[in-house]
Ligand binder design. Structure first.
Ligand SMILES: Nc1ncnc2c1ncn2[C@@H]1O[C@H](COP(=O)(O)OP(=O)(O)OP(=O)(O)O)[C@@H](O)[C@H]1O
Ligand SMILES: [Mg+2]
Length: 252
């Protein structure tokens, strides 16, 4: 099962994706986490390393992407690609990164997106594995179609107008792709009014709101210490809400 997280910048995609990956792996499921942000930081949120580590590590090389036309994929077996290019994160999560630009004026990210497409397509052959994709804030993963092989797209929404408008635009693009389920995850919810604002937006735009994650200082404290939330505050309300979320979408 392949679950991608999208949403406006800073909405909480990385926090929720990392927590979902760790929880599901703890439940015994094989988990591959893809850092599909060209400014990568999933490694820290997973509790797997220091800031900058995924950027410094070579990502899956584009030379491994197959040029066959029927479906994106690799020229080598997926297990070999993961063995050589994945970083081990706690609870058995395997982390692969799309890669970050190393130099100014390097050019576009076509090859990095092709790597994510290949990973997503090949991981589709492993429904028992949970693939978690932490996407960058821009709509590019959808406009390029990189996310077309996701089974579930979760749009992370903060309770303010501009974040909700961003979710609405992303949902419009996602509906043009063959993604099985598109749903909204409310995040940083501090009050009933916050929850209601997101619920009302979802109703007006015919969006399925699958979970509501509260605001918590636990997340900020974990981030300040550059630790994963699940390690720093395992009993946090946020961890509990993400556990509910993965149960609801069948990713537990
Ligand atoms: N439920 C929450 N309660 C409080 N703070 C939160 C919550 N979720 C995320 N945050 C904070 O919001 C900020 C952004 O979180 P995060 O990096 O997960 O978002 P993102 O959507 O991945 O951002 P980007 O678009 O930059 O990739 C961080 O400072 C994080 O601590
Ligand atoms: Mg992020």
């Amino acid at each position: 099962m392949r679950v991608a997280f999208a949403g406006k910048g800073g909405a909480g995609k990385t926090t929720i994706a990392a927590t979902a990956a760790r929880l599901s792996a703890r439940g015994g499921r094989p988990v591959v986490a893809i850092d599909a942000d060209s400014n990568p930081n999933l490694v820290v949120a997973l509790g797997a390393g220091e800031i900058g580590e995924t950027a410094a590590r070579p990502s899956v090389p584009y030379s491994l992407v197959s040029r066959r036309l029927d479906r994106p994929g690799f020229v080598r077996a997926l297990d070999d690609v993961l063995l050589e290019h994945a970083t081990a994160a706690p609870d058995g999560v395997q982390l692969v990164a799309m890669g970050a630009p190393r130099h100014a004026e390097e050019g576009c990210l076509c090859s990095a997106h092709a790597v994510v497409s290949a990973l997503l397509a090949e991981l589709g052959d492993r429904p028992g594995t949970l693939t978690v994709v932490d996407m960058e804030a821009s709509p590019e993963h959808l406009s390029r179609g990189t996310a077309r092989h996701a089974d579930v797209l979760l749009l992370v929404a903060e309770p303010y107008y501009r974040a909700l408008e961003a979710v609405g635009r992303l949902a419009g693009l996602a509906r043009e792709l063959p993604i099985g389920r598109v749903a909204v995850v409310a995040n940083k919810v501090r009050s009933v009014e916050d929850d209601e604002a997101i619920a009302a937006y979802c109703e007006r735009h015919d969006l399925d709101r699958v979970a509501s994650v509260p605001w918590s200082d636990d997340v900020l404290a974990a981030d300040r210490a550059a630790r994963s939330l699940i390690d720093a505050a395992p009993d946090s309300d946020v961890v509990r809400s993400v556990a509910d979320l993965i149960t609801r979408i069948g990713a537990a």
